[in-house]
Design a protein around this ligand. Structure first.
Ligand code: AP5
Length: 206
């Protein structure tokens, strides 16, 4: 089964994807994580992507499409987190993967701004926390690997504002695009992580 997770920045795509991919027995592919890894390793792709990401802009479609195509090759099922993000990416994806369902995480702008202002990520293993809703057991330390926690560089308020504008302009039209194809299931993302997961699983099993 190939599933797309769609929703604004901070909706909880990554948080849901980690466990949902395990339940479904498919590969979790986050284009944000893949790009951050390329940036951290200083690869040519990372150097190309870094400026866009710092400004809260989208990395060019052809770069992201090539990256995803290479990763999904030979997989029996994938959960795509943060991809596609433009109509061009959605159409490009159709050339090499059949999407079975699209889970849309519906949530207000106020709530995502609140969540992103208190997000912390592990600088070593990438685990995600929230000082308010999902706090680490020890202040500023990762529960999983004890690595130091930090604010993601693109979670600064001015970049969050830009990311949200870009989402509304380029990615929100995908909601109707997939609804028209009968693939969309809408999940209320303003609930606890457990409730979001249960609703997503129920929707996918129909
Ligand atoms: P990416 O990393 O994909 O960022 P995003 O889509 O903006 O999403 P986030 O990772 O910020 O949020 P999320 O929805 O995963 O929420 P999370 O689970 O962390 O992309 C980053 C950049 O890379 C882009 O700006 C762009 O430059 C580039 N890029 C990536 N993909 C691209 C593409 N396809 N094309 C072009 N460029 C691309 O949760 C947020 C917080 O809330 C956390 O603190 C979490 O603990 C908490 N939380 C989660 N769920 C809940 C809940 N149910 N209740 C309470 N708190 C919760």
């Amino acid at each position: 089964m190939n599933v797309v997770l769609l929703g604004p920045p901070g909706a909880g795509k990554g948080t849901l994807a980690v466990q949902l991919a395990q339940c479904l027995g498919v590969l979790h592919l986050s284009t944000g994580d893949l790009l951050r890894d390329e940036v951290a390793r200083g690869t040519p792709l990372g150097r190309q992507a870094e400026g866009y990401m710092k400004r809260g802009e989208l990395v060019p479609d052809e770069v992201v499409l090539a990256m995803v195509k290479e990763r999904v090759n030979g997989e029996r099922g994938v959960l795509l987190d943060g991809f596609p993000r433009t109509l061009a990416q959605a159409r490009g994806l159709e050339a090499f993967l059949k999407v079975d369902k699209v889970v849309y995480l519906a949530i207000s702008k106020e709530e995502v701004v609140r969540r992103l202002s208190s997000r912390r990520v592990c600088t070593r293993c990438g685990a995600v926390f929230n000082l308010v809703t999902q706090p680490p057991q020890q202040a500023e330390r990762c529960d999983r690997c004890q690595g130091p926690l930090a604010v993601r560089p693109d979670d600064r308020p001015e970049v969050v504002a830009r990311r949200y504008e870009v989402y509304e302009r380029d990615s929100a039209p995908l909601v109707d695009y997939y609804r028209r194809q009968g693939l969309l299931v809408e999940v209320n993302a303003a609930q606890s992580p457990e409730a979001v997961r249960a609703q997503a699983r129920a929707a996918l099993s129909q």
